[in-house]
Design a protein around this ligand. Structure first.
Ligand SMILES: [Zn+2]
Length: 102
């Protein structure tokens, strides 16, 4: 029998007992000519991208070349973690709370 546990809280997800929710994420750098969509070719969007890239070069922050061009991730979540994920997929609320502690 396949065994799964929640990738957030570690709770066991027993088949037929606990409902398992799967979250698939795909992260990739926009601007790859092979991946261009209509949205990406919007002039304002391209301009914004160029501006952001220039800023990155100037400040010397994380070089884009060190990042994987594309990363696919898959998570198994229990019901409660899945609900939290849907409410706040990027953990922004958690980040706000963290910052307010300062
Ligand atoms: Zn969980």
């Amino acid at each position: 029998m396949l065994h799964f546990s929640c990738d957030v809280c570690g709770k066991d997800l027993i088949s037929g007992v606990s409902t398992r929710f799967v979250v698939k994420m795909e992260a990739f750098a926009a601007g790859d000519p092979a991946e261009l969509t209509e949205e990406d070719t919007d002039p304002d969007h391209v301009e914004e991208m160029a501006r952001l890239l220039n800023e990155q070069e100037e400040t010397g922050e994380d070089s884009p070349t060190l990042l994987p061009a594309c990363k696919k991730m898959r998570f198994d979540l229990c019901r409660s973690c899945y609900r939290k994920f849907l409410d706040d997929p990027l953990g922004r609320e958690a980040a706000k709370l963290h910052f307010s502690e300062n």
